[in-house]
Design a protein around this ligand. Structure first.
Ligand code: GYE
Length: 336
């Protein structure tokens, strides 16, 4: 080899080594940073999702996956925690290791977030909460939260029931209620249970016979409703803290030889498309809306932060109440 080609060869080797080292350190991050000159870098977002327990959750996942795409300037790292907080904590630690630009967390439960969110803060990664809330004394652990007003949803459910019982002329009857609760300790459960209870005290003739968790799933909702039907033969109302558990309850009621929507009044939360179908079929009496389409809302928060603008810390989404008699007119306009 000539002196010159030796030098070239040595340089080439160094080049290859640098390239290889850079590549093995952090593959996910690297691909996003490998941008052509002049092309803007993608914003890397890690989303610690709760799971895939309900129609609401699926719609929420789709909302993020269709918003945080390359065409919009993002790379999304999505993690499904299968309704387990420990999986979400692991996911957040992975995001920190991968040096993502933002962490989005839909917390399974409210408590137990100080340590891991402290680590994210230490790493200088902003955390945006979406859907459910966390219970921490230091609110600098997250930059913003966007979601539904679960207490109001619970209030709305009771107000609807009050009006409906009056319509039926049953306002002075003893009304026996059971509740299928969501994941215990999740904001959606805590808020809806509280919202219902607050208003219940205004109705001394209403009796809450029992409440138990159905984990926000249709199968668990059905199982719990089956056991309620065995324990109590005079249930008038089921409050299901999401539509999917209401669907499970409908199956259990039918299997017990009763008519859902007539013998037993059923209220759900979320107002997913399948709830409108159940209302049109006469099985479900009302669904209180909870909007899952948070992808664009979180993207707006990130865009503001990118520009150094201030964001509103707590952002509630407007939500409605849909009784069965409105379902046929509204179903086609539903987005989830
Ligand atoms: O109501 C339920 C889902 O946190 C608002 O979680 C969300 C709830 C929603 O599993 O269907």
């Amino acid at each position: 080899m000539t002196k010159l080609s030796k030098k070239f060869f040595a340089l080439l080797l160094v080049g290859i080594m640098v390239f290889a080292l850079a590549g093995c350190g952090n593959p996910a991050k690297e691909t996003t940073k490998e941008t052509d000159e002049g092309k803007e870098e993608l914003i890397v977002v890690g989303y610690a999702q709760v799971g895939a327990e309900s129609d609401w959750r699926t719609a929420n996942t789709v909302s993020f996956q269709s918003t945080f795409v390359e065409e919009n300037g993002y790379k999304l790292i999505f993690d499904d925690a299968q309704q387990k907080q420990e999986n979400q904590i692991k996911a957040i630690r992975n995001f920190i290791q991968q040096e993502v630009d933002y962490i989005v967390l839909a917390p399974v439960v409210e408590t137990g977030w100080e340590t891991v969110l402290g680590e994210a803060k230490e790493a200088g990664i902003p955390v945006i909460l979406s859907d459910r809330m966390i219970d921490v004394s230091d609110d600098s652990l997250y930059v913003a939260w966007v979601g539904g007003n679960f207490v109001k949803e619970g209030n709305d459910a009771v107000e609807w029931l009050d009006g409906y019982l009056k319509e039926l002329g049953r306002e002075n009857e003893t009304i026996n209620i059971v509740t299928l609760q969501g994941t215990i300790g999740s904001s959606a459960q805590v808020g809806r249970t509280q919202g219902v209870e607050e208003k219940l005290s205004e109705h001394p003739n209403w009796v809450m016979l029992d409440k138990q968790t159905g984990e926000f799933t249709q199968s668990k909702g059905q199982e719990v409703m089956e056991s309620f039907l065995k324990s109590y033969d005079d249930i008038d109302v089921v409050i299901a803290e999401n539509d999917n558990m209401a669907f499970g309850a409908i199956d259990a009621i039918k299997a017990a030889g009763k008519v859902p929507g007539k013998d037993i009044i059923i209220i759900g939360f979320d107002a997913v498309k399948a709830a409108f179908e159940a209302m049109i079929a006469g099985d479900l009496n009302c669904s209180v809306e909870c909007n899952p389409l948070h992808g664009p809302r979180v993207a707006e928060i990130i865009q503001k932060l990118e520009k150094g603008e201030k964001v509103e810390k707590i952002q509630y989404v407007d939500e409605g109440v849909f009784p069965a008699d409105t379902a046929a007119d509204i179903i086609d306009s539903r987005l989830y």
